[in-house]
Design a binder for this molecule. Structure first.
Ligand SMILES: [Zn+2]
Ligand SMILES: [Zn+2]
Length: 787
């Protein structure tokens, strides 16, 4: 029986893969070796007993079945070797220096084995909040460079004690090569301070340790800043009305919902509907926040999620969380540790400076967070959980690109302006960074540059091609243009909605040469090919190019960017286009919305529209949602975050959809006389205002808008698909994070015999934009570009 060489591709480095191979080889009586290299893991095997002819076969079967929890096997390739190996053992070999690019994995939630240790009074890691092993613990959040070993993480400051070192060096141990391995004798520790930075001994609070003391303070209604895995959280008792209200006031975050953490699924079930699939997702190693449908009789403080029908829940994902929540049968608020629009704190000194006005106490530790990695957010929509924000637990896991993207020069895609992430592409694989945030914010823009440098270093990625959005004012575009010019790199500017289309295609493994599809791209704003602002687009095409075949009728945005924050401006503009303000005021003089509009500077706004001055016209679907929300008085005069009015509109509509059966939607006009076709909401306004005049509940009006808009979108999509002879319709853009709309549109398209493509691993909003930009750049420059 001869020897074999086995190549394993996928997520196989830094996840305890080699020890698993070592263990299986020993158990099956196989000799040889295993090593990491630039393509993954390489194994050489031969049976110690030459008559054992199927040992290698059994090895391969068990390798898949017993794959370590954080690993992902994409391919196993076996080659028979002519000569027998000259060895009498099985060895784990070192990594080929410089050749490894896949060693950094995502941060992972505490595994069951570590959890059992911190709960066992006899264990040396009893109540130790930094317990971790090869199957769990911090990764991306603590890494400074490669190769990924302890010296290049923030664990470098903690030399391992003899017992930890022995675990680290033993291939049979769960902590073999676990870089953040630590114990109470050698690892990081926690302490509690007050807002003035004075350390508080746990004994002062009659508590055995700092975590127990922190738990006591939370019970008393205090607000704590807690240093976690990828950043600080602000925590308080979620049933304590005063604490929640105080936190909201101090954070100056008046509308954004607070995330919650609960000890176990049973605690969550008292406040939100929870399916088995959702439990599975919450309990996965990535441990994201999941948006869940709120129960009416939940006794959580009203300030948790004002105007929302959902609650964002996660389970504990670090030993600190497990220990803190152990005695809590109610949820804790665990919202990001920041003030309004700033990115969350990661540093002790920064936290003391920025969070001491927000928190009564801070629970600090001395393991540095090197990279900010926010909590990920997912939601069950159209049959499966889908990401709304991709960060902790997911980045920087590689995403395999569809067939046809195998050979490309190194590409770096710089993303958009809001909800930015960046993407590295090489050799058919993409690395999408964690969610970084809004580059308009100066701190985030600084972190953005640091992240670009870090990812370049971690993945040894020196881009030859840069992909950016076409919008000249985006920080990312400006940075990319300057970089390309400075270093003579190829710059590819990708239209915003083309990037969205490419992103959802790649997310669904659509091959490079899979042919054209119809994309329905609904979002806030993106610069269009004609220089106007787009956002309600029907594009025909693929990775290489698109043609605009339909769109929402544009309306003005009087006041420019102010229309993004002040929804009434969008309503006024739509009413101006649909007959004029005077007409509507005369027709519905008693409606409250008319009085609300009259309280605004509508004279000035109307003159901006009339003169076309600082009133750019946009086909944005997001602004249409804002206009309808304004008609219903949602979101207030000024929104506190982009998309708030649309989210509240969906929440309102879903309260109606839950309690009622069938309802008819508002009608839209479809003008198919010329390409691009136009979807015109004009008929909507009379129907909607008339409903309000007849006293229909706003929830029902919101539901009728959702139904009508979804029906109009899927109807127009189906007609265009027939006309253009395509069967696949790709849905992307932030507006498709609206569950009601996504499910109605996808359902409508399926009813018409079409196949909708919906995001699965990437957010539909600009969080997935960079990957789309990268795919377009690859399609336009790769080997297959000329095909
Ligand atoms: Zn573990
Ligand atoms: Zn130790």
């Amino acid at each position: 029986m001869s020897a074999e060489r086995i190549r394993v591709r996928g997520l196989v480095q830094g996840v305890g893969f080699r020890p698993t191979v070592w263990r299986l080889a020993h158990e099956l009586g196989l000799l040889g070796d295993v090593r990491n290299d630039g393509e993954g893991v390489l194994i050489r095997l031969q049976p110690a007993d030459p008559t054992d002819t199927d040992a290698i076969e059994r090895f391969c079967t068990r390798l898949r079945a017993e794959c370590p929890p954080l690993a992902r096997i994409d391919a196993v390739e076996r080659t028979r070797l002519e000569a027998r190996l000259d060895t009498t053992t099985f060895a784990i070999l070192g990594s080929d220096a410089g050749a490894v690019h896949t060693g950094i994995v995502a941060d992972a939630a505490t595994c069951p084995a570590c959890l059992a240790e911190i709960r066992d009074p006899a264990d040396r890691r009893y109540r130790y909040p930094f317990t971790n092993c090869t199957h769990c613990g911090p990764r991306l959040s603590i890494v400074r460079g490669i190769p990924y070993d302890r010296a290049r993480t923030s664990m470098a400051a903690f030399p391992m004690c003899a017992r930890c070192r022995a675990e680290y060096e033993d291939p049979a141990d769960r902590r073999f090569h676990a870089q953040p391995n630590a114990c109470p004798d050698c690892g990081p520790h926690l302490w509690l301070v007050d807002a003035g930075g004075r350390e508080i001994a746990p004994a002062e609070l009659d508590a055995p340790d700092a975590i127990a003391a922190a738990s006591r303070l939370l019970t008393e209604g205090r607000i704590l800043a807690i240093k976690g895995i990828g950043g600080f959280h602000l925590a308080c008792d979620a049933t304590h009305d005063t604490a929640v209200e105080t936190l909201r006031q101090r954070k100056r975050r008046f509308a954004k919902p607070f995330a919650l953490m609960a000890r176990d699924p049973d605690v969550i079930r008292r406040h939100a509907r929870l399916s088995e699939l959702e439990v599975e997702w919450l309990a996965s190693p990535a441990a994201p926040i999941l948006l869940l449908e709120r129960l009416r009789d939940s006794d959580l403080a009203p300030g948790i999620a004002p105007g929302q029908s959902t609650l964002g829940f996660m389970l504990p994902y670090s030993p600190l969380h497990h220990l803190l929540l152990a005695d809590w049968d109610r949820p804790l608020v665990m919202t990001s540790g920041n003030l309004s629009d700033e990115p969350p704190c990661i540093d002790n000194a920064d936290a003391l400076a920025r969070l001491s006005g927000l928190a009564d106490h801070l629970l600090l530790h001395d393991r540095d967070i090197v990279n900010r990695v926010d909590d990920s957010v997912w939601r069950l929509m159209d049959g499966r959980p889908r990401p709304l924000r991709r960060a902790r637990g997911y980045a920087p896991a590689p995403i395999r690109l569809p067939p046809g993207f195998g050979s490309t020069a190194p590409i770096l895609a710089l993303g958009g302006e809001l909800k930015n992430s960046v993407c590295l592409i090489r050799d058919g694989s993409a690395i999408l960074s964690q969610h970084l945030g809004d580059l308009e914010e100066a701190r985030t823009a600084r972190e953005y540059r640091a992240t670009l440098a870090l990812y370049g270093e971690l993945f040894q990625h020196r881009p030859e091609i840069l992909a950016v959005d076409r919008h000249p004012d985006y920080h990312s575009t400006q940075l990319g243009r300057a970089w390309a010019e400075r270093e003579g790199l190829t710059l590819i500017e990708v239209q915003h909605h083309h990037a969205h289309l490419a992103s959802v295609l790649a997310d669904n493994d659509w091959p490079l040469d899979g042919g054209a599809v119809l994309g329905i791209l609904l979002d806030g704003l993106g610069l269009g090919e004609d220089g106007t602002l787009w956002g309600g687009e029907f594009l025909l095409g693929d990775y290489r190019g698109v043609r605009r075949v339909g769109h929402l009728t544009p309306a003005a945005m009087p006041g420019g960017v102010r229309a993004i924050r002040e929804p009434w401006r969008n309503l006024l503009a739509r009413l101006e286009d649909a007959g004029g303000w005077e007409h509507w005021r005369a027709r519905y003089p008693d409606l409250e919305v008319m009085r609300r509009l009259e309280a605004q500077p509508i004279g000035l706004a109307r003159s901006l529209i009339a003169r076309g001055l600082n009133a750019p016209r946009s086909s944005s679907a997001g602004r249409l949602f804002d206009a309808v929300a304004a008609a219903l008085g949602l979101g207030g005069e000024t929104l506190s975050y982009e998309g708030q009015a649309a989210i509240e509109l969906e929440a309102l509509a879903s309260t109606f959809a839950r309690t009622s059966g069938t309802e008819s939607g508002y009608v839209f006009d479809l003008d198919c006389s010329n390409r691009p076709w136009r979807l015109d909401p004009t008929p909507l306004w009379d129907a909607l205002l008339s409903d309000l005049e007849h006293g229909l509940p706003p929830a029902r009006v919101a539901a009728r808008f959702h139904l009508g808009f979804a029906a109009a979108i899927s109807d127009m999509g189906a007609r265009l698909a027939r006309d253009l002879a395509v069967e696949t319709i790709a849905l992307s853009g932030g507006v498709f994070q609206n569950r009601l709309l996504l499910e109605s549109v996808a359902g409508g398209l399926r009813d018409a015999g079409l196949t909708p493509l919906v995001h699965r691993r990437l957010p539909a909003n600009d969080g997935g934009l960079a990957l789309g930009q990268g795919c377009v750049a690859a399609a336009l420059t790769g080997d297959a570009a000329g095909a």
